[in-house]
Write a protein that binds this ligand. Structure first.
Ligand code: KG4
Ligand code: ZN
Length: 395
């Protein structure tokens, strides 16, 4: 069974082709995994610009699919002239009337290559930027139209959870989904989400904690911007904070930041006040030099990590979990990883955290959920509507 997955929820266009391996569990070989980042384009705006993201996805996705098929050894060019039927042309025109360039590119692909041996397609339906999500969905439905392949709509956040559970076996080149003890708790930390999720069993999710305002990744990005650092701010802040720790810089008393909601009884969080506190300190600072930036970066990272670990500890306790699964772009953060590992040791639970390379958005995570759904007899969909705020509880 070969599955092709598509991820276009934010500023990464990604295609992955996986081949399911034998065994009861979800096990697979990655035949190709392509991630095309738009970061350089969005940097000038200091964040992701949705209509630009959509345009870029539409411009690049077909070529990326062709490259992925080629790398997976599934691309066979036609040796004769071939034209799509009128019926296919009409369907594509209707489906892709908002993406004429993608329609032209896909038509060239369909007419130039033979139907590849792909058995299923998985595509991100949400959450994310709706214009961007539509590109992936419409592309998937176009492939379904012409190649007659079933399409599975996937929740992006479930993808982040499953990535945390992936084990890579170098010897046989196989990824395998771990089977942890349930109930589990997931900590999801990305550019759009900060959630604590109770997982009675894989595939079933209940949100038990949430941010009231900014997501933690968003806070990293905004604080970075206040310090004049480029987008995306997470890695920039993390870099400066690591330097501050190596140099053992002491954070002056007037630069200490709050730990918002750390003592609230619930599992909710808030990060927008933290960003305002940084703004106040930046404004009061005459000389925003490298040393000041390092101090703010390390104090901000410490504050966020203190809050996240405290809330996670409480969630683990309240849910009676043996397992913590971490996911989302911010799970690449070194300090957060260290502190969560320490917590797992002291509080004696199993920690599953993604390989740093797979922490950010990618199509491998969408493929993994797709295979999980197929293994659990979920049905594909004929019609898929992008949902920018699709909750993991509804997936
Ligand atoms: O999951 P993701 O790639 O995209 C969304 O689904 O939002 O997360 C992106 C977020 C960005 O806000 C980025 O600044 C943050 O993850 N991020 C980090 C690090 N690497 C990426 N935040 C803190 N430390 C990092 N090392
Ligand atoms: Zn994400």
């Amino acid at each position: 069974m070969i599955l092709l997955s598509i991820e276009t929820s934010c500023d990464e266009t990604s295609i992955c082709i996986v081949k399911r391996a034998r065994g009861k569990n979800v096990r697979f070989e990655v035949l190709s995994h392509k991630i095309l980042s738009q970061v350089d384009l969005h940097r000038q705006y200091g964040g992701v610009f949705p209509s630009l993201a959509k345009r870029e996805h539409a411009r690049t996705i077909t070529q990326l699919i062709a490259e992925a098929l080629d790398e997976a050894d599934l691309l066979v060019e036609r040796s004769y002239e071939y034209h799509l039927s009128m019926s296919h042309k009409n369907k594509l025109e209707k489906l892709l009337h908002r993406e004429p360039d993608m329609r032209s590119a896909l038509t060239i692909l369909f007419e130039g290559i033979q139907k590849p041996s792909i058995d299923a397609i998985a595509v991100t339906k949400g959450p994310g930027l709706e214009p961007a999500l539509w590109v992936g969905i419409n592309c998937a439905l176009a492939l379904k139209t012409v190649w007659d392949i079933p399409v599975y709509p996937i929740n992006h956040m479930e993808g982040h959870i499953m990535t945390g559970l992936l084990n890579f076996n170098k010897e046989d080149n196989i990824y395998e989904l771990s089977t942890p003890e349930f109930p589990a708790t997931a900590l999801l930390v990305s550019g759009g989400h900060t959630e604590l999720v109770k997982i009675p069993k894989l595939g079933s999710y209940k949100i038990i904690g949430n941010t009231r305002d900014d997501a933690v990744g968003e806070a990293f990005d905004k604080v970075a911007r206040l310090l004049g650092l480029p987008y995306p701010g997470g890695p920039e802040i993390s870099n400066l904070a690591n330097k501050a720790r190596t140099e053992r810089l002491i954070v002056d008393e007037h630069l200490v930041l709050p730990r918002p909601m750390i003592h609230s009884k619930d599992l909710n969080m808030s990060f927008s006040g933290l960003k305002t506190s940084v703004l106040v300190k930046v404004k009061a600072q005459k000389n925003v030099d490298e040393k000041f930036k390092k101090k703010i970066a390390v104090e901000f990272e410490n504050s966020v990590t203190d809050v996240l670990t405290a809330k996670t500890k409480q969630a683990i306790y309240e849910t009676g979990s043996q397992t913590l699964i971490v996911g989302g772009g911010v799970s690449a953060n070194d300090h957060l990883r260290t502190k969560l590992k320490e917590l797992a040791n002291t509080d004696d639970f199993d920690l599953f955290i993604p390989d740093k390379k797979l922490a950010g958005d990618n199509a491998l995570m969408i493929a993994c959920v797709g295979l999980f759904q197929i293994a659990n007899d979920k049905k594909p969909k004929d019609k898929i509507i992008a949902n920018g705020s699709w909750s993991i509880e509804e997936s």
